[in-house]
Design a protein. Structure first.
Length: 440
């Protein structure tokens, strides 16, 4: 985040907004570094898929189970983590997350059997699940509200930088120093960010602590009420379906099936395939900056950007799959560039949920939204693996599973869009009315 943007925070502040500024940037950078490391660990399997097949002597379905289990744990933890963040604050939840995903990465490094490797990936997924929602909450506690879309996109950009480390660094370490040294060595990064966070991370600026929750805000009844209230908001549900529909094609490609598809179906070398995966990440980082700026300035652009990304992804996913023989390199390059927009488009989902929920419910609402893309990714990872085994590695059939989920998600977005827009307009009007003070 630039110093120019930090210096203009005061011009963007509303009454009650946190101050932003350099202190906010410094604290946020520590928090987002935890997410950065979590993404490195999460995506490290994407460059080690073929090595994992040899190490554990497994087929495509069993390989996909690694990522499916990891995402199943991640998705299942989103609402509990959202509640934890609302209750405990960012620092405590991030601390638990770092410990878990570091232990998971270490366990995966030294796993000699398929079963212990599965347990390690599940532990990693549990810790990973605690990072992104916590970072979003940290941003809302340290920056003015109008910075929200840009801060969220920057967090996603940092996460993609972690993916870049996987494709460039871990892949080379894996084939240079071996499985155990590469994965165990990467786990040191988890220890580093844990120390930084414990020493320097603060949940909020001085004087901007959230009011203490009433004693009644405890127990199962309160949890149910919190989840129900967040779900009743059309903006929360629209955000979930935007996240569901936009994120998963790139996630499936980067997390597991992109490298095998490019090597086995398209006949590329591992080095060239790795460069294309890197292109997806670089495109994501570039598009994230653009989308963040556009949405921060023009909220009406949210849905067109999301649906346009879905349409472009569907077209560029279909062309290499149905192309007779191997697709030309230019088409694979364009496909990877377009896939890079999926992550930034998924972040738009949070921009629908954020204004629909009060501060004490932001973590819960973000957890609901964040489930969307990971449920879709998990479903598609499993479908692709099963279809590859059933069809003798026919990627045309297996990769067609993407279109089913895209069609379903677009249907839900179109169904909810007017209801969410109406509720948001009503909320803006009510906010303006309550902000008018009549002299006594």
């Amino acid at each position: 985040m630039s110093s120019a943007s930090s210096s203009s925070d005061s011009a963007l502040r509303l009454p009650g907004d946190p101050p932003g500024g350099r202190r906010a940037v410094a604290v946020w950078c520590i928090g987002v570094s935890v997410y950065f490391v979590a993404v490195i660990f999460r995506t490290s399997l994407g460059v080690a898929g073929l090595d994992a097949v040899e190490r554990f002597d497994i087929n495509a379905s069993a390989l996909s189970t690694f990522s499916i289990l990891q995402l199943l744990v991640y998705a299942g933890m989103q609402i509990p983590v959202g509640l934890m963040v609302d209750r405990l604050g960012t620092k405590k939840v991030l601390t638990i997350g770092v410990v878990l995903f570091t232990l998971g990465q270490l366990g995966f490094a030294f796993s000699s059997s398929y079963g212990t490797a599965l347990v390690s990936r599940a532990l990693l997924g549990c810790g990973d699940a605690m990072t992104f929602i916590s970072v979003l909450r940290l941003g809302t506690r340290w920056f003015p509200a109008r910075r929200g879309p840009l801060v969220a996109q920057l967090a996603g950009l940092v996460g993609m930088a972690g993916n870049l480390v996987s494709t460039l660094v871990i892949a080379r370490l894996l084939h240079g120093i071996g499985w155990e040294a590469a994965f165990a060595g990467s786990a040191v990064a988890g220890v580093v960010v844990l120390v930084l966070m414990l020493l320097f991370l603060k949940d909020h600026p001085e004087g901007y602590a959230a009011p203490p929750l009433p004693a009644s805000h405890k127990g199962a009844a309160y949890v149910r009420a919190q989840i129900s209230a967040a779900w009743r908001e059309p903006g929360t549900r629209l955000g979930l379906w935007v996240h569901f529909t936009t994120q998963f094609p790139a996630m499936v490609f980067l997390l597991l099936w992109g490298l095998p598809f490019l090597v086995e179906a398209q006949g590329l070398s591992r080095g060239t395939a790795g460069e294309l995966l890197t292109l997806v990440v670089l495109s994501n980082m570039t598009v994230g900056l653009v989308y963040g700026q556009v949405v921060a300035r023009h909220h009406s652009a949210r849905l067109p950007l999301a649906l346009g990304t879905v349409a472009a992804t569907a077209v560029l996913w279909a062309l290499p799959v149905v192309w007779p023989g191997q697709a030309p390199m230019w088409l694979l390059v364009v496909m990877c560039v377009v896939l890079g927009a999926c992550g930034p488009a998924s972040m738009i989902g949070f921009d629908f949920a954020r204004p629909a929920n009060p501060p004490e419910r932001q973590g819960t609402a973000s957890g609901i939204v964040n489930m969307g893309g990971f449920v879709a990714s998990m479903t598609t990872l499993l479908a692709v693996g099963v279809l590859l085994d059933a069809t003798g590695d026919d990627y045309r059939i297996a990769f067609s599973a993407v279109f089913v989920l895209q069609a379903f998600g677009v249907g839900q977005i179109l169904r909810l869009r007017k209801r969410a827009a109406r509720a948001e307009r009503e909320r803006v009007v009510a906010s303006r009315v309550t902000s008018v003070h009549v002299p006594a």
